[in-house]
Write a protein that binds this ligand. Structure first.
Ligand code: PAF
Length: 281
């Protein structure tokens, strides 16, 4: 496995690995890897010849009162996990290498989709995500890039950016990987204390309750959200920031759920903000 920390090391590694028209796959991450990330590595490995992973905690996507300083990091563990999983190339750029001129003056505007769901509560977040992903796609020029479905709005926006701006990389969405009790895997789960960790699993239970109502024939979003809220109300450490039924392409709230409907939620568990979603249709 080649580890590159600078753009020139990355260019050298790509030259060495891009022989004979090999197909290149990229898994962008912010590190502190878990089985969810590793499932993305497996997905890329099944579709391409060369698996590249980037590990970069991108300051542009954190708000001033968010957890940039405390975001969990463990480079040695990440590298060992990636090597064991068969990654060929890991890019670990320091901040100056990604943003040599400081924060970029020109950024990707997510448009109206960026103001829905999480975007309402995290101004600038999706512009930061799209800007760094655009840079990574530019640096790697991968044939395929993979993103986890847990970050449903992020995946939708990246897909739209690549399509609207003709960026030419195939975007693949990977299923959510969950702990045994249903909690979606996330690097931020490491913030939870023992009691919070137990209650955090109720988020998934709430989504499953909404899905069960949808499968019984309930289509009114209000009732589906109500089914979620009722379950979550039993866990006092959970505080719902939003729970919405949206169209998976436009991300607009819908009053009546159809085959394209997704329920997306953001819930505080203590001080930790967790997101999750379920495809209803
Ligand atoms: O999902 C993440 O880990 C990040 O938002 C991403 C896509 C790597 C961009 O920093």
């Amino acid at each position: 496995m080649i580890v590159a920390r600078t753009r020139s090391e990355l260019a050298g590694a790509q030259q060495a690995l891009r022989r004979d028209g090999a197909r290149f796959g990229l898994v962008p991450t912010m590190g502190y890897l878990h089985e969810g990330h590793l499932s993305l590595v497996d997905l890329v490995a099944a579709r391409t010849d060369v698996v590249a992973v980037s590990v970069f905690v991108n300051p542009l996507q954190f708000g001033p009162s968010e957890d940039l300083a405390t975001y969990p990091r463990d480079e040695a563990r990440d590298l060992a996990m990636l090597e064991a999983r068969g990654a060929h190339l890991v890019f670990l750029p320091p901040l100056e290498e990604m943003y040599p001129e400081g924060p970029p003056a020109v950024r990707v505007d997510p448009g109206p989709l960026g103001h829905r769901l999480c975007g309402r509560y995290r101004p600038g977040h999706f512009s930061g995500v799209l800007t760094v992903v655009a840079k990574l796609l530019g640096l790697f020029r991968p044939d395929v890039a993979v993103f986890g479905r847990k970050d449903f709005q992020q995946e939708a926006l990246i897909r739209r950016m690549v399509s609207d701006l003709d960026m030419g990389t195939e975007i693949v969405a990977a299923p959510i990987v969950r702990e045994d009790d249903g909690l979606a895997m996330s690097s931020r789960n490491s913030y939870l204390d023992v009691e919070e960790r137990v209650q955090a699993a109720v988020i998934h239970a709430g989504l499953q309750a909404a899905l069960a109502r949808f499968r019984e024939g309930v289509r009114e979003s209000e009732m589906l959200v109500g089914a979620f809220a009722e379950v979550v109300a039993a866990a006092p450490l959970l505080d719902v920031q939003y729970a919405e039924v949206v169209d998976r392409w436009s991300l607009e709230s819908v009053e009546v759920a159809d085959e394209r409907a997704v329920m997306a939620v953001a819930v505080f568990c203590g001080k930790t903000r967790l997101i999750d979603n379920v495809e209803l249709g």
